[in-house]
Design a protein around this ligand. Structure first.
Ligand code: NDP
Ligand SMILES: O=C1OC[C@@H](O)[C@H](O)[C@H]1O
Length: 337
């Protein structure tokens, strides 16, 4: 069974996703079959660049076609719910860029639509499929670190002036865009809902958070301190501390290629290099989530155990809690879904 992908939008991350896919040595029985954009000429240009066979004049046309099995949604945050819903209702599986939705309400509604249609959907938290994350999980579960007590993560990228980050109507929010990675890292380590969330930050003149400091408290007085910054570049690493030692996930922790173990051993994970031009760091790693999507679809799964619906719901809940404390409110928060 060939898995046929339909790329939704001709944007930067769509470019990176297709580049990562096409440059990977073996994607198995999968193909990038089609693309749709708001404007057909942009879709045609995208298709020409990436040698994609089919171009659709609109998202709706591709959703209704029988030419694709799964949609990759590379749209702006406010359109994730609407477009994922469109493709699900047309019987297509979905891989939607993070954040899956603007808030918990949308996330819950979208996941229940997928369940009712018996279709696969996943939030593209691509970090979870990094080979280095598999190694990190093994290290934590091995007991070498002892009992994990503390996690610290930094994610700072100077993107506060990018429209989709700084404008509320485009879904701008540091915690939605980059803070999600710090939250998912803490959840990857602790695997339980925090008992307390404390957050404070800085908002811009559009009411969008550009800096967030988040403290997650877990059972047994375990903690995570997350520094999120859309104004300046930070040393974007994550460290997991236990009673017997620590492991550091080097920059960029959100898709790392280096782990520094407690004994000082530096473990490297090479990404397939190619002459592709990417918009974002380590984007060659975007392919690993696509391999997982295909595996799950072929096994008839509705979700991936590595980035489950429960996890997406919890991440949405935590983002809502952070936004409330920092003072960021979206119009969509007042709407019934
Ligand atoms: N996984 C990762 O590493 C990354 C993930 N992302 C995520 O990907 C998504 C897109 O980010 P990115 O690719 O940088 O975004 P872009 O600025 O490239 O825009 C993506 C697409 O959104 C549509 N769009 C652009 N402006 C508007 C607008 N004003 N109103 C409505 N639609 C618009 C266009 O679709 P069309 O082509 O159809 O016209 C565009 O191609 C975000 O949700 C972000 O969180 C982003 C960067 C990295
Ligand atoms: O997902 C992402 O990762 C890298 C950031 O630069 C980008 O803004 C964000 O969307």
């Amino acid at each position: 069974m060939t898995i046929r992908w339909g790329i939704v939008t001709s944007g930067k991350i769509s470019h990176d996703f297709v580049n990562a896919f096409n440059s990977f040595p073996d994607v198995g029985d999968q193909v990038i079959a089609a693309v749709a954009a708001r404007d057909k000429s942009r879709a045609e240009e995208f298709a020409k660049t990436h040698k994609i066979a089919k171009v659709f004049a609109s998202y709706d046309e591709m959703a209704m076609s029988s030419d694709i099995d799964v949609a990759y949604i590379g749209a702006l945050n406010p359109d994730h719910f609407k477009l994922s819903k469109l493709f699900l209702e047309c019987g297509k599986h979905v891989l939607c860029e993070k954040p899956l939705c603007m808030n918990y309400k949308e996330t819950e509604s979208l996941l229940s639509i997928a369940k009712s249609k018996n279709l696969f959907i996943m939030e593209a938290v691509w970090s979870r499929f990094a080979p280095s994350y598999m190694a990190l999980e093994k290290e934590i579960q091995s007991g070498k670190l002892g009992d994990v007590q503390f996690v610290e993560v930094n994610f700072g990228v100077p993107i506060a002036n990018v429209d989709r980050l700084r404008k509320k109507d485009l879904g701008g929010s540091a915690v939605l865009d980059i803070g999600i990675y710090t939250l998912q890292f803490a959840q990857f380590v602790f695997r339980e809902e925090p008992v307390k969330v404390t957050a404070f930050g800085e908002i811009n003149n559009d009411g969008v958070d550009v800096v967030d400091t988040i403290i997650l408290e877990y059972s047994g007085n375990r903690r995570a301190v997350l520094n999120v910054n859309a104004k300046i570049r930070l040393w974007n690493k994550a460290t997991v501390y236990g009673t017997k030692g620590r492991v550091t996930v080097e920059d960029p922790f959100h898709f790392p290629d280096t782990l520094i173990h407690n004994d000082g051993n530096v473990e490297k994970f090479s990404l397939h290099t190619s002459n592709q031009k990417y918009n974002f760091g380590n984007s060659a790693g975007l392919v690993y989530q696509a391999l997982e999507v295909a595996r799950c679809i072929k096994q008839g799964l509705n979700e991936s155990p590595r980035m489950s619906h429960k996890e997406s719901l919890l991440l949405a809940k935590l983002r809502d809690m952070v936004r409330k404390q920092v003072g960021v409110h979206f119009e969509v928060d007042d709407k019934e879904v």
